[in-house]
Design a protein around this ligand. Sequence first.
Ligand SMILES: [Mg+2]
Ligand SMILES: [Zn+2]
Length: 192
Amino acid sequence: MTKLVILDRDGVINEDSDAYVKTAEEWIPLPGSIEAISRLYKAGYTVVVATNQSGIGRGLFDLDDLEAMHAKLSDLLFNADTQLSGIFYCPHSPDDNCNCRKPAPGLLDAIADEFGIPLTGVPIVGDSLRDLQAGLSHQCTPILVRTGKGEKTEAKLPDQQDPALQQAPVFDDLSQAVDYLLATNNNTEKLP
Ligand SMILES: [Mg+2]
Ligand SMILES: [Zn+2]
C-alpha cells in the first residue's frame, strides 16, 4: 500500500533559473530537497515529478540534456537510498497549445493513468501558480513552497478565486512541506 505525492521540479527540487535549467551542470539541488524526497519514500510515499520543460520546445536544450539532468537527480536519490517512481514532463512551448503544459491537466492525467487511481486529495507541491492550478483539475491538495518562484506566487494567492488556492498551505521549502505531510498524513488515497 502506497501513497502518492506529486512534485514540481524547478524551484522545488532544484534551483530555478530565469534562463532555464539547460544542462546537468546547471541542475543544482536545493538544500534539503533530496533528503526530503528520501523521507517521503521511507514513509511509504510513491513520489513522482510533473514538470514543464518548455526549454525543449523553445530549442534551448534537447531530450538528451533532459535525460542527463534526470540521471544526475537519480544518482543523488540513489545515494540517499531513495527513488522517484516517475518523471512526467511537458516538452512543449506555450505556442504548441498542448494539453500537458501545466496548468493544463495532461501530466496529471498521465499520472492517474499510470498508477490507476484518482488523484483526489493527492498532495501536489509547487512553486508556481500553474502547478497548483494543474492540481485543481484533479482535486489534488495544492501545497506551495517559497523556493524558486514561490515568494512571488505566495503574493498572488489572496487574489485567487478558488478557495483551495487561496488557502493553500505555504512552506519555506520542500523539507518543511514534507514535515507537514508526514505530520498530517492527509493523503488517504491508497494505491492498490
Ligand atoms: Mg517550478
Ligand atoms: Zn505539453
